[in-house]
Design a protein around this ligand. Structure first.
Ligand code: FCB
Length: 456
């Protein structure tokens, strides 16, 4: 070592808390957003097929018919994960591929696809983390009432059983739902996601049945694959008040109950947050005896998806201009890395030492047209969130893994193909994958177990 280097490292040590060597480092995708092959090998119609083909529903008229063609290119995508040195992959299973009608008859070819994917991952030393439901309900189940009816929860448990029997011996973890808040709120209240219903009462019923379905699916998974770690993935966000005005404080409290507590509290046995239930004038008629215990069944981990903070402003007060120093992503979402710590602390207040995974974190930015593999803003976003994650671990929080959203550019729901979240760029005309700098950056953190100092 040269003299000047050792001198500078003594004066200026790199403070970078290390990640444990068994930390899960991965990237995430979901079936409808990447698979394509929408009508192949017996796959049934999902609510997202129906919705995306409805004129005006998706910003650019995009659909998941082809998406990134992951169904055919999965080997290449797994090879990419391996080249990057990531040791984990989070993907979702398309229910309509496995049970095309939703509630009867297993499509062997559909199940075989996930079997091949899991084996390919394992052959490359990559741990498969599966999610059973990332928003693609079989359309026949929606036609029969969708999540607002309880039979959908029973059908979900039967689907969970089929998957756990077939893949349960090889998966590293299984999550029942991805972001049930979004399923109920966007799908049934706001209607900007499939199935596009705008019915607040139906959204409440859906939220309860999503939780019931989680509890039933946990039981099915336990019976079929007792050693498989099982949990759920929630979207969480800090909701601070925009000002000290009592109306803003009230709005912030309600937003916190609506987004963060509505699902987590029942899952830990604390029941639905009462102020929010009252604000919705919910008669609770869907709740049956035993549901509270069913929903609060033992979990092995909780997945956290974190993107941004959402400052709460009362609708009764005039809107405020955004703070001048507010940094945002290409989608206008606030960049607020400390919020990751805030949501982890909130979760730990309810789950204590339950293992936690960041199952999604990432950002969409417009590409540099000259070179879409250069993404300094995404690197900076990941760097700052990973620094917060490292600090959380150093402080003793039970964080066990981090998955960037997303492995690939993909179909971003109602926003279509415009927003690009991938750490790997996808040329939609050719399907060509090109790792971005952010993929190399994540690979370096995974390889070294620490966040490298910023190079200027
Ligand atoms: C999350 C979703 C994921 C993706 C990201 C940007 O809410 O789980 O599918 O759309 O947002």
């Amino acid at each position: 070592m040269r003299q000047d280097e050792s001198a500078s490292s003594q004066e200026d040590p790199v403070i970078s808390p290390a990640f444990p060597s068994d930390f899960a480092w991965g990237a995430a995708t979901s079936a409808y957003q990447v698979e394509g092959a929408a009508t192949e090998d017996g796959r049934g119609e999902s609510i997202w097929d129906r919705f995306s083909h409805t004129p005006g529903a998706v910003a650019d008229g995009g659909t998941g018919d082809v998406a990134t063609d992951h169904y055919h290119r999965y080997r290449e995508d797994v090879a990419l994960l391996a080249e990057l040195g990531l040791n984990a992959y989070r993907f979702s299973i398309a229910w309509p591929r496995v049970i095309p009608t939703g509630d009867s008859g297993v499509n062997a070819a559909g199940l075989d696809f996930y079997d091949r994917l899991v084996d390919e991952l394992l052959a490359r030393g990559i741990a498969p983390h599966a999610t059973l439901y990332h928003w693609d309900l079989p359309q026949p189940l929606e036609d029969a009432g969708g999540w607002p009816v309880r039979q959908t929860a029973d059908a979900f448990a039967a689907y969970a059983d089929v998957v756990a029997r077939r893949l349960g011996d090889r998966l590293a973890s299984i999550a029942t739902h991805n972001e049930p808040f979004i399923t109920a709120d966007h799908g049934y209240r706001q209607g900007n996601h499939a199935p596009g219903r705008r019915d607040p009462r139906a959204a409440l019923a859906a939220s309860h049945h999503l939780l019931v379905s989680h509890g039933l699916a946990l039981q099915a998974i336990r019976a079929a694959a007792p050693d498989l770690p099982a949990g759920i993935v929630l979207n969480l966000e800090p909701t601070p008040p925009a000002s000290g005005h009592p109306l803003d404080v009230e709005a912030a409290n309600l937003a916190h109950q609506r987004v963060n507590r509505w699902f987590l509290d029942p899952l830990v046995g604390a029941g639905y947050p009462p102020d929010m239930a009252d604000a919705w004038e919910w008669d609770r008629s869907e709740i049956r005896a035993g549901d509270a215990e069913l929903i609060a069944g033992r979990m092995d981990f909780l997945g956290v998806n974190y993107y941004a903070r959402n400052v709460a402003r009362s609708p009764l007060l005039p809107s405020l201009p955004p703070a001048p120093d507010r940094e945002t992503t290409g989608l206008g979402w606030e960049v607020y890395p400390q919020g990751l710590r805030e949501v982890l602390d909130f979760v730990v207040s309810r789950t204590a030492d339950l293992p936690l995974y960041v199952m999604e974190n990432g950002a969409a930015y417009p590409d540099d047209p000259a070179d879409p593999s250069r993404d300094p803003q995404r690197v900076s976003y990941l760097r700052r969130h990973l620094e917060v994650a490292a600090k959380a671990i150093a402080d003793g929080l039970p964080l066990r893994g981090y998955f960037a959203w997303s492995l690939l550019d993909n179909f971003e729901w109602a926003l279509g193909y415009g927003p690009r979240f991938g750490i790997v760029h996808v040329d939609y005309a050719t399907g060509r994958r090109t790792p971005r700098d952010s993929a190399r950056f994540l690979a370096e953190v995974a390889r070294t177990g620490s966040v490298p100092p910023e190079r200027t």
